[in-house]
Design a binder for this molecule. Structure first.
Ligand SMILES: [Zn+2]
Length: 475
């Protein structure tokens, strides 16, 4: 039995133990921050990726794959970008025994890998929009403490890069990405907030950045993705131009949309509880675990029924694990709860006679499932489980924010702070200093909280142009 630390008061300890006990990742590899994907963790990741692929392709994006190595001269072309990533890149400087003429960067993100090629692909306005994405590994030399899924040096990265006709079309693409992420997060039962980052905290080279944040206990937040509008900041140095309908040469406007395995970490962090991981159906490596309960007078009977139910569910496209090991049922229940399986089916003598199984979902709710309507009943139970999981997460999400009316109050509350901010950088930094954290920025949509109009700016006391902003200590 694993005795997990208290999630509320020892969040990070709890999280690390769940990741390890549920066997989602093995961090004992010989390079710090580069972890091994276990069979169980990889199943979850692939399910998660399938949702990202489905939703981004529904918006007209196509998969591509670019090389992992970027020539130093291409990497250095956009000044802000290189400044932002300089301290985080790994270099390849040798090929065999000889020094390379042009050193190569192991991609930390793929703007500088893709854009020289985009300049070749985009010729005319008929080539636009160009909407492509890739899911690849990227590398960043993290100096902060690494944590499985949250902060790693080899990142499993989803990145969409687009070229649009002009600034307005790029803005439209940003909106489309925000809507796509809303659908992805729904599949993961994750409440989150979209926040426009302040200028001093936007992506290196971006015109503006909108990030998705989730509260993860006390005053902590985790950024689980972001969308960026680049205007022509990259198309100018990389020469991505097209011939417009009127015959003039124009620079494209660009956007990107980035996600990573942090999303998987977020699923564990948000839904997990004192018994371990809890997976929403879309991500769960196994949606259902079937546990036969043998009886001494008819050995093998429960197992035969369990086998038949498993086969039927698999034929219906469900991911099912049949646990016919010789441990006692209680030990199996415990293990699969720790591993976060949404639904358990128990099949014993009583169930076999009544021709209905006992279903217990990961929130502890019991019901009966008649063999005759097995497939549709299971679909309904899983749908209901996801709904309840989302409601539970939403209640915790709502409870994670608290308005702070003064700089003094900022230092005291144990929630993510909602603060009145005039937008001035100086005031933002004052708020950050008082909290010893970051001003995340202004939410893109109304927060699910009973907030009136904001009072005077916490930094300067001005009342005009003041809006609600979020401040927290990002993980
Ligand atoms: Zn101010």
């Amino acid at each position: 039995m694993v005795d997990l630390p208290d999630k509320r008061t020892k969040f990070i300890d709890w999280y690390l133990e769940v990741v390890e006990a549920a066997n989602l990742s093995d961090k004992r590899y010989g390079v710090k921050g580069m972890n091994v994907w276990t069979a169980y963790g990889l199943k979850a990741r692939r399910n998660l990726d399938a949702v990202l692929i489905r939703e981004i392709e529904a918006t007209g994006s196509e998969a591509v794959e670019f090389p992992a190595l970027i020539p130093a001269n291409e990497f250095a072309k956009e000044k802000e970008h290189i400044k932002g990533f300089d301290a985080q890149v790994y270099w390849v400087t040798k090929g065999g025994l000889s020094d390379l003429d042009i050193p190569l960067v192991l991609r930390p993100t793929s703007e500088t890998a893709m854009y020289p090629t985009f300049a070749l692909w985009v010729r005319s306005h008929r080539d636009l929009p160009l909407n492509v994405y890739q899911i690849v590994n990227t590398f960043r030399y993290e100096t902060k403490t690494t944590r499985p899924f949250f902060r790693v040096r080899e990142i499993h990265f989803f990145e969409e890069h687009t070229c649009q006709l002009d600034e307005a079309h790029a803005t439209e693409r940003v909106r489309s990405n925000l809507a796509a992420f809303r659908r992805m997060a729904e599949a993961f039962c994750l409440p989150y907030v979209s926040v426009r980052r302040p200028d001093w905290d936007k992506f290196a080279g971006a015109h503006y950045s909108i990030a998705f944040d989730i509260p993860v206990g006390e005053v902590r937040t985790l950024q689980i993705g972001s969308v960026h509008h680049y205007r022509d900041n990259f198309s100018e140095p990389y020469g991505i131009r097209y011939e417009a309908a009127d015959g003039t040469q124009q620079l494209v406007h660009q956007t990107t949309f980035g996600l990573s395995e942090r999303l998987l970490g977020a699923v564990v962090a948000v839904h997990g509880d004192a018994k371990g991981a809890v997976f929403p159906t879309a991500v769960a490596p196994f949606e259902v675990v079937v546990v036969p309960i043998p009886s001494s007078d008819t050995p093998g009977a429960a197992e035969a029924v369990a086998r038949e139910l498993t086969a039927r569910l698999r034929a219906a496209g469900r991911r099912v694990y049949l646990d016919s090991g010789d441990e006692r049922p209680g030990a199996k229940y415990y293990r699969w709860e720790l591993h976060g399986v949404p639904l358990r089916l128990e099949v014993g003598k009583r169930e076999a006679e009544a021709k209905s199984a006992t279903a217990v979902d990961r929130l502890g709710r019991r019901s009966r499932v008649a063999f005759g309507t097995l497939e549709t009943d299971i679909t309904e139970r899983l749908r209901d489980f996801d709904r309840a999981l989302y409601e539970k997460a939403l209640a915790a999400f709502r409870d994670s924010f608290a308005p702070a009316q003064s700089l003094d109050e900022l230092a005291r509350s144990d929630r993510v702070r909602v603060v009145a901010w005039c937008g001035a950088e100086e005031c933002g930094h004052r708020i950050e200093t008082s909290l010893d954290g970051s001003l995340l920025g202004i939410p893109e949509e109304e927060l699910p909280l009973p907030l009136g109009p904001p009072g005077p700016c916490l930094g300067c006391g001005r009342t005009e142009g003041v809006r609600w902003a979020l401040a927290a200590r990002p993980l």
